[in-house]
Design a protein around this ligand. Structure first.
Ligand SMILES: [Zn+2]
Length: 133
């Protein structure tokens, strides 16, 4: 649901629905070229109020991670799992979780991962198939 003509073209609720219900990764792109997955009214790079909504790539690479052994209540039955920061192809960084990674040795910085649909809340990543040689 868009809020055409309103003071903000997108709301934080729209953004949450984007990935929790529609399984799309929404992002925002400024005329300066900066792309972000973080909802906001100002471009974090140039400060212009010109962010346009874009659909982000589902593919990316791990740029940071930590293995969560003591999760929030919602993920109690899933621990341990990896909590990731992923740089998406085409720009934008998102945080998400990868339940298939259960220890530090299961994830490496630079690993290719893909956003997958999940019945769970949060942005769920799994390892991408290997690139063809
Ligand atoms: Zn900008």
């Amino acid at each position: 649901m868009r809020n055409e003509g309103g003071p903000a073209p997108h709301t934080i609720d729209d953004y949450r629905r984007g990935y929790e219900e529609e399984h799309r990764l929404r992002g925002f792109r400024s005329s300066c070229g900066f792309t972000t997955a973080t909802w906001g009214l100002l471009c974090p790079s140039c400060g212009r109020r010109d962010l346009q909504e874009v659909e982000l790539s589902r593919e990316g690479r791990v740029v940071a991670f930590s293995v969560q052994n003591v999760p929030s209540d919602e993920f109690l039955n899933d621990a341990p799992y990896a909590y990731l920061v992923v740089e998406l192809a085409g720009g934008g960084r998102v945080t998400g979780w990868m339940p298939s990674a259960r220890s530090e040795s299961d994830v490496t910085i630079g690993d290719r991962v893909r956003f997958v649909e999940s019945y769970r809340n949060g942005v769920h990543f799994e390892r991408s198939p290997a690139e063809p040689a």
